[in-house]
Design a binder for this molecule. Sequence first.
Ligand code: FES
Length: 353
Amino acid sequence: MGLIAELTHRCPLSCAYCSNPLELERASAELDTATWLDVLDQAAALGVLHVHFTGGEPMARKDLTQLVRRAAELQLYTNLITSGVLLDDRAMDALMAAGIDHIQLSLQDIEPEAGDRSGGLKGGHAKKLAAAERIRAAGLPLTLNFVIHRGNADRTAQMLDLGEALGATRIEIAHTQYYGWGLLNRAALLPTFAQLESATAAVEAARARFGARIAVDYVVPDYFAARPKACMGGWGRRFINVSPSGKALPCHAAETLPGFAFPSVREVSLADIWTGAEAFQRFRGVEGAPEACRSCERVEIDWGGCRCQAFALAGDATRIDPACALSPDHALMRQAIEAADFDAPLTPRLIRR
Ligand code: FES
């Protein structure tokens, strides 16, 4: 269904909750333009419907417009996931001329001081607000994304107000997903249960107020859940994620799993990867779910949860996702919540320009 084109790990921001891998890929390792164009051609031939240009900051790639244009020519739905800090008038015009369909803009907070501190970029918040204006002025629907953590969860209601004031048609309130840098900084980022309840209430109130005018998506933290999420809609079922250097992955964190050889799009076609690569087959479908999950009535809903989280927390990707209350490892979630500490040191994501 979808190609997640991780064009680069370079980013002007340094958010401590970033889910990029700790081993960020350098610019010199990135796929060149011709290879990305070929990947887009192959994706369309394979039946992919939409392309999500992401990163890092995908606008750090000078050939972004060229890639968007090719995807649009192939009639792929194009979505740009961006921090917006590089989205000036010229870039906006170029993206529109190339045929961009949708832009998802991230905001760190509701006002400049907290937003700039969280993103690690002075002036970043103001640039984002200007980017929101440009997206609307260009006639595209505005989707805003706020990542929630302990440091900003208390302002969830104001984030929704800001989204309304900026003219968003969709607002995503997404609690931090604890992968990569987010997992490294988990102790300082996990909200309290009271914060979670209050953020959830703010979302429900906004949904009631907005009605059909503004859609509000809400992503809750696994750590407070009783059942796991269907990570990526199931391993190797809906998405191919291509890393900046060209590795084809079933999800953005798959490279953290030991014992896998992920094929490169430099060497293997997307079609062969999708249908034949062992790495894509390993956890696919009911047969690929943890054994104990296969007879569960929810197996075709959550597919046994997240393999990367099972490995990161329980040390074994074949175990039940600890987010599931039926998992023997579920106590790890509670222990993490109990160990949360707002004063724990934060390691900002490394910046690779
Ligand atoms: Fe890899 Fe969930 S992030 S399966």
